[in-house]
Write a protein that binds this ligand. Structure first.
Ligand SMILES: [Zn+2]
Length: 259
């Protein structure tokens, strides 16, 4: 089970949280129909979604959830975020962008990440919510300028402490997808149509690439070089006299033969 640290409004911007981005995946086709984020346990969030569907909320997702039996889909943890709520929102945006681009018919109303629900409200909705909120005790669900910590900044020392706390939280065995291969992996059985591949690749080309203009470290370049050698040469039984890894391997095996 994945531990989460539930977000509370009084934490304010930049406070550390642990949450996950999850997806509703149709078992038969591998298609994702909804991506969400939560700082609650996924099982609990899932139960909430089922309850809201049962109560009859009219949105494409809840319409779909109502008519889809529980055993026809699974709720998959796509990513665990142990930094900030803002990062969790960004991660949700990335997954929604990815699945929309790969042709999954997501039923999300928004592109994720924005505000408590990710939905951009209309003026009428905002007014209705405001009217409801005025009947509430203060300190509950206050956002933006109404929030007591609005504009408040955390000290550099506090931020450094949080940064140290969350170092490596999503790497190695702490990553929810660590060691998951084949049918266990959330992308299992999912083939991306050619058109989507091209669209995704275009999105990452040149200045749009997050690494644009950055040169990789020597260590990164070495890692890349070794994996290219393994993939193209070792796995295919190919020897290239222009590849220093091929030469290195050949020299090592000669040495072993000699001894
Ligand atoms: Zn090689």
């Amino acid at each position: 089970m994945i531990e989460t640290v539930e977000w509370r409004p009084e934490y304010g911007p930049g406070a550390p949280i642990v949450g996950v981005v999850y997806g509703f995946r149709v078992k038969a086709t591998g298609e994702y129909r909804y991506v969400g984020q939560t700082t609650k346990r996924v099982e609990r969030r899932h139960a909430e979604h089922r309850r809201v569907a049962k109560q009859g909320r009219k949105t494409p997702f809840y319409d779909w959830l109502r008519k889809t039996p529980k055993d026809a889909y699974e709720v998959v943890v796509l990513e665990r975020i142990g930094t900030t709520r803002e990062d969790l929102g960004q991660a949700e945006i990335s997954w929604i962008t990815l699945y929309r681009a790969s042709g999954d018919r997501l039923l999300n109303l928004s592109e994720g990440g924005l505000g408590p629900t990710g939905v951009i409200w209309t003026a009428e909705q905002r007014k209705a919510a405001g009217d409801r909120a005025r009947g509430r005790p203060t300190g509950v669900h206050l956002y933006g300028p109404e929030h007591p910590r609005w504009g408040h900044r955390h000290s550099e020392a506090q931020k450094a402490k949080w940064s140290a706390m969350r170092k490596g939280q999503n790497s190695g065995p702490d990553n929810p997808n660590f060691g998951k291969f084949g049918s266990d992996h959330p992308r299992s059985g999912h083939v991306m149509p050619q058109e989507s591949r091209e669209r995704l690749s275009e999105m990452r080309r040149g200045a749009l690439n997050p690494n644009f203009g950055k040169s990789p470290s020597a260590e990164t370049r070495e890692k890349r070089s070794v994996s290219l050698h393994r993939y193209h040469h070792v796995n295919n039984g190919v020897f290239k006299d222009t590849c220093r890894h091929c030469i290195h391997d050949a020299m090592n095996s000669e040495r072993e033969d000699e001894s």
